[in-house]
Write a protein of this length. Structure first.
Length: 136
């Protein structure tokens, strides 16, 4: 099956996909701030440039989009109808890169938490997960 859009249109669409300051990330940052925690953003000196960093606690939070990072939920397990071999390989590379970056952070003594896009729907559970992670 061929791509529905011409290459220039596809390029424009993909350029609109954000790598940081996404809606789920902004929601999680707002929640953490309301809980009274202060943090840094996208530390370039750490593997994977974590979305939210707590330097004094040596903890980092990644906010992952379910589709882009291959989550096992409904949204993450969807396969595009066009160019599905490309997308499957791309998402597998993303998952592999994510695991490698987590191992690197672990080796450096950092603890990490992944918050999936689908988890932000249940705010109470998300809040308790974040507090437990930061206070352990």
């Amino acid at each position: 099956m061929t791509d529905v859009f011409p290459e220039s249109k596809r390029s424009w669409i993909m350029s609109r996909v954000r790598g940081k300051d996404t809606s789920p990330e902004l929601f999680v940052r707002s929640l953490i701030h309301r809980l009274g925690y202060r943090f840094r953003l996208h530390r370039k000196d750490l593997p994977g440039k974590p979305d939210i960093v707590f330097p004094s606690r040596k903890k980092a939070i990644f906010v992952h989009g379910c589709f882009w990072h291959g989550h096992e939920c409904y949204r993450g397990s969807r396969v595009p109808k066009t160019n599905n071999v490309y997308w499957k390989e791309k998402i597998e590379r993303n998952v592999g890169r994510d695991k490698a970056r987590q191992r690197e952070l672990d080796f450096l003594g950092w603890r990490t938490l992944i918050i999936w896009e689908c988890q932000i729907k249940d705010v109470n559970t998300l809040q308790s997960t974040i507090v437990s992670f930061l206070e352990e």
